[in-house]
Ligand binder design. Structure first.
Ligand SMILES: [Fe+2]
Length: 303
């Protein structure tokens, strides 16, 4: 039995104006609005089977409310609860149906300050593509990414959060940035077969750099750029390629200033993957491979 963390299952982002954000995530990003309650809206991407992968919650300031990783079995919650407490981090239980569609979860704060949940139970809606299916459903709107891909968080102590995720939750490292010979400045970690499910970069504690939706091709990235332009969305960088992960990318901002990304490609790492290392000489090409320059906005804006 192969237990453990399966994937990034959900991101809960704070937004300033719920209605404006519902419009953006429905019509520009092209997610499916699956549920609403006062102050919150729940979305899924079209190829996901679980009830939701994005929750937006109205608040006075933007940012990350929590991230949730789905585990393979319900019993994994007990195992991880013990292991994380033994590691020295306090764990709380989140009760069944605390949010729409969700079962029980365990909840704790990473050394870099973000709230993380592990859960197994969530209502299954399905993607409607299980019997003699077409490749895509009808009537997709906007960018229409098939799935939520990863997120990048910031914090002062990158090694501490990296150690917890790798030692206790068995994340594997695909890439890292080492500055001044020995400072672990950023890491890319995975549990799926993609180059990252989460990345961590040195910066202000508790902050979000971006969360990303997966796309299938460079054509889809181009289509996303066209959608963003048509809708006057504020672009940060791209379309371009990352040196790190080799992924194809565009960064842009949601109406509250949360940075979003669309991401496609990259290699398929195994659990025995040898991490790639970047140093200061080539780091700008690692971030934006073509331009080889990093802007102040990209390194300085967190929510
Ligand atoms: Fe990313």
């Amino acid at each position: 039995m192969r237990m453990g963390v399966m994937r990034l299952g959900r991101v809960e982002a704070r937004v300033l104006d719920l209605e404006k954000s519902i419009d953006y995530y429905s019509n520009v990003i092209g997610l499916q609005l699956v549920a609403r309650e006062p102050g919150k809206a729940y979305f899924k991407a079209w190829d996901e089977e679980d009830h939701h992968s994005l929750i937006i919650t109205e608040a006075d300031y933007p940012g990350l409310e929590h991230m949730g990783f789905k585990v393979r079995y319900q019993e994994d919650l007990d195992t991880f609860e013990k292991a994380i407490e033994q590691y020295g981090i306090r764990v709380n239980r989140v009760s069944n149906r605390h949010r729409i569609g969700e079962g029980e979860a365990i909840r704790f704060t990473l050394p870099t300050g973000q709230v993380m949940e592990l859960y197994h139970e969530i209502e299954r809606i399905g993607n409607g593509l299980k019997l003699n299916p077409d490749p895509k459903p009808e009537n997709l709107k906007g960018i229409a990414p098939p799935y939520l891909d990863h997120l990048l968080i910031a914090g002062e102590d990158v090694p501490a959060t990296t150690d917890l995720l790798m030692k206790v939750m068995d994340f594997h490292m695909s890439e890292r940035v080492i500055l001044h010979g020995d400072e672990l400045f950023a890491v890319w970690l995975f549990r799926t077969n993609t180059p990252h499910d989460i990345a961590i970069i040195k910066g202000p504690n508790g902050k979000l750099h971006h969360f990303a939706f997966g796309l299938s091709s460079w054509e889809d990235v181009l289509h996303a750029a066209d959608c963003l332009a048509k809708n006057e969305v504020v672009l940060d960088e791209g379309p371009t390629r990352h040196g790190i992960t080799r992924g194809l990318t565009i960064y842009f901002f949601d109406p509250s200033g949360n940075r979003n990304e669309v991401f496609s490609g990259g290699y398929i790492p195994g659990e025995d993957f040898t991490p790639v290392t970047w140093t200061e000489e080539r780091l700008p090409r690692g971030i934006f491979y073509h331009k080889g320059e990093i802007t102040e906005r990209f390194t300085g804006v967190f929510t």
